[in-house]
Design a protein around this ligand. Sequence first.
Ligand SMILES: Nc1ncnc2c1ncn2[C@@H]1O[C@H](COP(=O)(O)OP(=O)(O)OP(=O)(O)O)[C@@H](O)[C@H]1O
Length: 323
Amino acid sequence: MIEAVGLRKVYGKKVAVHDLSFTVRPGIVTGFLGPNGSGKSTTMRMIVGLDRPTAGQALVDGKPFAAHRAPLSTVGALLDAKAVHTGRSAHKHLLAMAATAGVPRSRVDEVVDLVGLREVARKRAGGFSLGMGQRLGIASALLGDPSTVLFDEPVNGLDPDGILWIRNLMKELARQGRAVFVSSHLMSEMALTAEHLVVIGKGRLIADESVKAFVDRVQPRGVTVRSPQVEQLRELVAAEGGQLAAMDDGSFDVRGLSAESIGDAAARRGVALHELTTVKASLEEAFMELTANAVEYQAQGPAGGGPLTVPEPSGRAREEVAR
Ligand SMILES: Nc1ncnc2c1ncn2[C@@H]1O[C@H](COP(=O)(O)OP(=O)(O)OP(=O)(O)O)[C@@H](O)[C@H]1O
């Protein structure tokens, strides 16, 4: 479990992290999201004692990381997957780490198997692909069987197989009762992996809530309606003040009305409905909308910049968050 309490980091005149407080609970995957430069890496580094907070503190299982007798068994962190001695084999690298931390040798074979590196464990880690390097980084993080794991952008640069593997591993680590804290730029990936989110912008907390609550904060994108009585449906939507657009698959996209008001009006008029679904914003759309004012470096759009706008969904390409 991680508790950030009034965490603050100042580099010279730059306040990288402002009085940040949040909790990462055991048993679930917590996604850590924020635009570039928002302070995610700085926060993670403070949690594992690699950076000193200017104020506040980061507690892991109730104590600062440095106060733990067996730090490797407290927190496993993947902060920079390339930080492995390139001349050594994966096996030697892990053995050296295990010896330093008082972890039994048998655990090395366990983690090598867990991350699927058995075939290549005795080869020089310098020749590893990005995906293999990532697996080795994760093996190192899990060596001490930690109760909390921290992964900074673990899926960056990985192929779909590697991404799926990491997603399943995170969920499994959480299922085992660990606190799993993972940062990522890939919103669609976070929507599939995380149950809870900590979102920051310009070093400040924007959200500490479930993925569902975060997505529910923004307006739904519309309502999908199907009815065999097309003309009556058109009249109903117009009478209620909504707009209706026919979709390629025979359904209708209704804007300006809630599912409840469409359903009630259909009941009053005796119009049969075969589908009535509120289309929620995707996590990416919610993130863009809620962090629009917290983006450090904004692209200059045709209108000269300003907050990022949420693209209108087109056709059936709308993404629903299915939770
Ligand atoms: N050692 C440092 N010295 C000075 N400024 C720093 C240092 N480390 C980070 N910063 C600044 O602090 C801010 C937060 O950086 P940080 O790397 O924590 O953000 P991030 O959210 O991890 O970004 P990204 O998603 O791009 O990795 C940035 O403005 C960055 O330039």
